[in-house]
Design a protein around this ligand. Structure first.
Ligand SMILES: NCc1[nH]cc(CCC(=O)O)c1CC(=O)O
Length: 320
């Protein structure tokens, strides 16, 4: 019998390669004899490095070229950070699996001598380009000066020293995967910094009609993480356009119950709307949508409309 080969498409960043190699080795463990190859693909997001992502705009900056390769039949599956996966897919492709979540939290790497970001001096310089991370930290410490940094995980850690910063904010998952756990200064609890939608989970995308490949990868799906992340993505989808607005959502299944929290904030952290609901995991998408609607009624519509300069969110009751 001919040996079967499965081709993974991935970005070429260190973190993306770690993730794709992890999927490769799990596949080879599960299916002895299966040959798994990696194809590195450069995406728009890898080419534009000097501009904060929120300003580049456009969804799917890290996935479009990979999806095109899959539609052309050059690769069979794509491994993404869930955080980078858009909420809509090209015809013929779908998100097939969501893997068990790594640590979902944000972390800070701190200037030597500090144990917590709370102890940093007035006006401390914090490196991050994420509008969500800016809003989370400014909400607690309005005196902080936020400094844009881009680049891969290693580059961003290096900028602490190079750009004379007091802290940089990164995802725990990326630090753990790349072996930088020792450099983590402090883990930010999810009620201090609500994570990005899907943070810490991987997504595997494939061709809907490719039943053979789908049967090989289905074991990666982790139902509890999938329910949580689908709820988070429902919040994001309902607040669509959210890439220029700080939005966070985090779901966790415990004892058969999903606790889902969403935040919409202004970039300066001054306006900060948060809501938590508890529901059955299978209702996560429906509940995510109504959670987003509640945030809109609370005033998120106003924040979103200000950013987009037109009335996308018709919120009737916003002054109540
Ligand atoms: N935006 C880049 C990116 N995409 C996913 C992760 C972290 C790993 C994950 O969330 O799974 C990171 C790095 C970071 O935000 O520090």
């Amino acid at each position: 019998m001919e040996k079967m080969t499965l081709r993974i498409g991935t970005r070429a960043s260190q973190l993306a390669l770690w993730q794709a190699n992890w999927v490769k080795s799990e596949l080879e463990k599960k299916h002895p004899g299966l040959e798994v190859t990696l194809t590195k693909i450069k995406t728009q997001g890898d080419k534009i490095l000097d501009v904060p992502l929120a300003m580049v705009g456009g969804k799917g900056l890290f996935v479009k070229e990979i999806e095109e390769a899959m539609l052309r039949g050059e690769i069979d599956i794509a491994v993404h950070s869930m955080k980078d996966v858009p909420t809509f897919f090209p015809e013929g492709l779908a998100l097939r699996c969501i893997t068990e979540r790594e640590d979902p939290r944000d972390i800070v790497v701190l200037r030597p001598g500090f144990k917590s970001f709370r102890d940093l001096p007035q006006g401390a310089r914090i490196g991050t380009s994420s509008l969500r991370r800016k809003a989370m930290l400014l909400h607690l410490r309005p005196d902080f000066q936020m400094v844009d940094i881009r680049g891969n995980v290693e580059t961003r850690i290096r900028k602490l020293t190079e750009d004379n910063l007091d802290a940089v904010v990164l995802a725990a998952a990326g630090m753990h995967r790349l072996g930088f756990t020792g450099q983590i200064g402090e883990y930010l609890p999810t009620d201090v910094s609500l994570p990005a939608i899907g943070q810490g989970a991987l997504g595997i995308e494939s061709r809907i009609a490719d039943t053979e490949v789908n049967a090989l990868i289905d074991f990666f799906n982790h139902p509890e993480t999938a329910a949580a992340v689908k709820g988070e993505r429902a919040v994001l989808r309902r607040l669509e356009g959210g890439c220029q607005v700080p939005i966070g959502a985090y779901g966790e299944v415990k004892d058969g119950q999903l606790t889902l929290t969403g935040v919409v904030a202004s970039v300066d952290g001054a306006r900060f709307l948060k809501k938590t609901v508890v529901c059955k995991p299978e209702d996560s998408e429906k509940v995510g949508i109504s959670l987003a609607d509640d945030l809109i009624i609370q005033g998120a519509g106003k924040i979103l409309n200000e950013v987009y300069k037109h009335e996308t969110f018709n919120v009737g009751r916003e002054d109540v």
